[in-house]
Design a protein around this ligand. Sequence first.
Ligand code: SAH
Length: 256
Amino acid sequence: MNFHIMTLFPELIENAASTSILGRAIQAGLITVNAVDIRAYTDNKHGRVDDYTYGGGAGMLMQAQPIYDCHQAIVKDILSGKNTVDSDASGSEDGSPRGGRIRTIYMTPQAPVFSQEKAVELAAEDDLIFLCGHYEGVDERVLEEIVTDNISIGDYVLTGGELPALVCIDAIARLVPGVLGNEVSSETESFDDGLLEYPQYSRPEEWRGKKVPEILLSGHHANVEKWRHEQSLIRTKERRPDLYEAYMNKVNEQAK
Ligand code: SAH
């Protein structure tokens, strides 16, 4: 799977993607993270990429032309197979992306908030393009031309779209087969069944007078599973009553 990130700060993306699990996935050829510098595409001879907003107001706005040309170049590269790894089943036989339009995501606070569900949906794509805004944001006209999805990471305003894009890339990449390896599993995780994960313990059996719950040492698989499910329910009810209510509604619906 290939991530293409349009940004004014490619080093921010490259640094974050070069370590830990993402870094290993890149090394292993499972994903590519291609940070593309928008500034390299400006027609302005002084390298400008931003200007004042029409109608007045404080702050600078990222201009349409450099972003549009940057996007065109990325799409061209994707269609010619440059900077990409082949992944599994998605895409059509001839290698062109589904429906001919490559998902292009603008990171913006003005959008529905990112979720595990959205991560699963986007993980089915071969290529994703992210646009990171900065300053006051981006000229609306280029957004209309290239963006297929708007995603926010929460109801607060950040200085740029790079951290939000990395949040999405991290959540999506760990769903790509092979990325997590053996030591971590994405199978029984928070949100998978609409519940938060149960508490977990590792060695030693006792630490600062606190013992690991007896049942986890019993070796009785069915009882352990039952205990974990109960703990998930308790935890979700306490910490995320909204998720708990949705889960109970679903369960009651299925029981009908
Ligand atoms: N004036 C804009 C905010 C600009 S913040 C507004 O009121 O909507 C600068 C950039 O940071 C944005 O273009 C966007 O790419 C990114 N950004 C800020 N907060 C974000 C959030 N919660 N989720 C996703 N991207 C965000």
